[in-house]
Design a protein around this ligand. Structure first.
Ligand code: 13P
Ligand code: SF4
Length: 310
């Protein structure tokens, strides 16, 4: 429409003027994905944020992702279209409670999934994402006791893939925990040739029904390279936009939330809109600021992740 064309023209003008890069996660609404300079999973987005020459990073994702960008690029201005775009995993793991958990398990090596606050990262030994979690755990000495926070589903999956026991924090993602086995089985019966692609944040009983499990990028890559032409996609449906762009001839089926509503969309990711992207570029606000001491402490385990997974 004309309105969105004007919006995009204005965004493009300001993006240039401010020397800004727009980074978007795969769970962003399609209109935002379409104007982004770079789209990726959490790991790729953090790499990109650490490598860019831009002066300004507009992070179209959620709060912890913008924090991660700031931790890696402290001299850049990091803007978020909506400051309130949070994440249940990060919210469920408050730094004080996490500290108690650490105290209860002395001598444990603490791995935190990147979906947590900078304050929790600062208390961790190593950060991981869903795309490198298994590899990182496999690289650690066998006898080292490991504590894993905050996603228990990802943690359980890593336990199964690595054959190691982890001490798990009980966090969960509201989007992935909402998928239910019965609706998935119904879809499988209706589409017997379809492959089931799942994000490891899903519960174990759903992962047991999956043909392939991985981060958003890995799911995208799998759907492109598979010989099958139909997929049941067990994650936030934003990723389906890229799957369709990469291979429009294949069929991608989303799994409804509990009551058939669109609660398979992440309400936080979807708080961002083109209007808000334009607005933050105009006002240079909301901007993410971070205490330098926390940043330095959070940088260590994050840098270690990047070094261990290149
Ligand atoms: P990815 O790292 O797979 O992109 O996941 C991010 C996320 O928030 C999943 O819910
Ligand atoms: Fe957090 Fe889940 Fe939303 Fe990802 S999809 S940002 S894990 S609430």
């Amino acid at each position: 429409s004309n309105k969105s064309k004007n919006l995009i023209d204005e965004i493009n003008f300001l993006r240039k003027k401010r020397n800004a890069i727009i980074l978007a996660h795969y769970y962003q609404e399609p209109a935002i994905q379409d104007i982004a300079d770079f789209i990726g999973d959490s790991l790729e987005l953090s790499r990109k944020a650490s490598e860019t020459n831009a002066d300004v990073i507009v992070f179209c994702g959620v709060h912890f992702m913008a924090e991660t960008a700031k931790i890696l690029s402290p001299n850049k201005t990091v803007l978020l279209p909506d400051f309130d775009a949070g994440c249940t995993l990060a919210d469920d793991c408050q730094p004080d409670d996490f500290q108690k958990f650490l105290d209860k398990h002395p001598n444990h090596f603490a791995i935190s999934y990147v979906n947590c606050s900078a304050a929790v990262k600062a208390k961790s030994d190593l950060i991981c994402t869903s795309s490198n979690a298994v590899d990182l755990v496999n690289k650690l000495p066998k006898e080292l006791p490991i504590l894993f926070a905050p996603d228990r589903n990802l943690g359980r999956w890593v336990e199964r893939q690595s054959g190691r026991k982890l001490t798990l924090w009980p966090g969960r993602c509201l989007v992935h925990e909402t998928f239910n086995e019965e609706s998935l089985i119904k879809l499988k019966i209706k589409n017997p040739t379809a492959e089931v692609l799942a994000h490891p944040e899903c519960q174990e009983n759903l992962l047991d029904l999956a043909d392939f499990i991985g981060s958003t990028s890995k799911l995208l890559n799998y759907s492109q390279n598979s010989k099958k032409d139909k997929f049941i996609v067990l994650t936030e449906p934003g990723i389906i936009h890229q799957m369709r762009l990469k291979d429009p001839l294949k069929t991608y089926i989303e799994v409804p939330g509990l009551d058939g509503c669109s609660c398979n969309e992440c309400p936080y990711m979807r708080m961002n809109t083109l209007e808000k992207v334009l607005n933050c570029l105009k006002e240079m606000n909301p901007e993410l600021h971070m205490d330098e001491q926390i940043r330095l402490m959070a940088y260590k385990p994050l840098k270690k992740m990047l070094d261990m997974s290149n």
